[in-house]
Design a protein around this ligand. Structure first.
Ligand SMILES: Cc1ncc(C[n+]2csc(CCOP(=O)(O)OP(=O)(O)O)c2C)c(N)n1
Length: 334
């Protein structure tokens, strides 16, 4: 996606078509997550499920700006990242339902989506796991003299891990072309950031390792798009890492087992409602409508096209076979 250079009617620096793509991607991601939850409740999805509701701007504002050949790593909260990279939603749905047609052959499940053809090196069930790997990916780009960038997503809980600091130290020392995206949704399971670290200005921790960075509003996709665009440009030019702390919120529990009753132990309904008033999708829709760039009919057409794509993905997954029993030990590492 290229930045608009003309005075075309749009929002901020972007033309209408570009903003609409961001809107569609965020809405698709939200509806997809909701459908996953329904399928989980029906018993069609096993294992664990971590949703991204509320955090869509962190992916929509960054991934569409990547080029072919770039890499993405992320945590177990990984559905949005795969969809934004263009992984077929049918293969994502099939993976969650444990089918052979899934993007990891039905053996990875929700936390381990992967699509190497699109540069998606996978979701990772280990908190902070993607961060050391990103240094290796970035170093290999540098070693081969390439101009690719690796984008590494991870959560605020990971910022308290020793391995993450060793990795950031190496990133700052070796100057690897990695964009770190800290998905700061305020909580690591039920632990608020302020209850787990004395230094809550998390970007300072990256700066201490020689990695430049900044904090930005992760609930506004246009802000994310702008800061990420600048950061990616800077990384391509200098080959050096950059750290973006994006402040956001997850509306639903940590995972499917974290129900509203459990959540009362660590956050209030009022807090959730306060953040929902800044919803990235609703606020972008409002801005588009205020400028006359999205009619009610167009919005309804977008919503029904999204529903159709999701329904197709569900039908594809439900009609796909499970992996054959004799493939149980293939492509499994322990
Ligand atoms: C090394 C490791 N320790 C503990 C866990 C258990 N665990 C899973 S998610 C999680 C919280 C992580 O929170 P955060 O990094 O903020 O990411 P978020 O879930 O908010 O996206 C923990 C402790 C794990 N998966 N890996």
């Amino acid at each position: 996606m290229s930045r608009a250079t003309t005075e075309e009617a749009g929002v901020g620096d972007l033309a209408r078509a570009e903003v609409l793509e961001l809107y569609k991607l965020m809405l698709f991601t939200r509806r997809f997550e909701e459908s996953l939850y329904r399928k989980y409740r029906e018993g069609k999805i096993g294992g664990y499920l971590h949703r991204y509701d509320g955090q869509e701007a962190l992916v929509a504002g960054v991934i569409p700006q990547l080029r072919q050949g770039d890499y993405v790593l992320c945590t177990y909260r990984d559905h949005a990242h795969a969809l934004a990279l263009g992984t077929d939603p049918r293969h994502v749905m099939a993976e969650l339902m444990g089918r052979a047609t899934g993007c990891a052959g039905g053996k990875g499940g929700s936390m381990h989506l992967i699509d190497p053809e699109r540069g998606f090196l996978g979701g990772d069930g280990i908190v902070g796991g993607p961060v050391p790997i990103s240094v290796g990916v970035g170093y290999s780009v540098k070693y081969r003299g390439g101009d690719q960038v690796c984008v590494c997503y991870f959560g605020d809980g990971a910022m308290n891990q020793g391995g993450v600091h060793e990795a950031l130290n190496l990133a700052g020392l070796l100057k690897v072309p990695v964009l770190y995206i800290l998905e700061n949704n305020g909580y690591a399971m039920g632990t608020a950031v302020s209850r787990s670290t004395g230094q809550t200005d998390l970007v300072l921790k990256a700066k201490a390792h020689g990695v430049a960075g900044e904090t930005a509003d992760g609930m506004d996709v246009l802000t994310v798009h702008e800061v990420a665009g600048k950061a990616l440009g800077r990384i391509r030019e200098t080959g050096e890492p950059y750290f973006l702390e994006l402040i956001c919120y997850r509306y639903v529990g940590h995972g499917v087992a974290d129900n509203p009753q459990q959540q009362r132990f660590y956050r209030t309904e009022e807090e959730i409602e306060k953040w929902k008033r800044r919803d990235p999708i609703v606020s972008l829709r409002g801005r588009l409508q205020d400028r006359g760039l999205l009619s009610t009919e167009d919005d309804a057409a977008i919503a029904s096209a999204i529903e159709r794509r999701i329904q197709e993905a569900i039908e594809f997954a439900e009609n796909s076979p499970e992996p054959p029993l004799d493939s149980l030990y293939e492509n499994v590492f322990a």
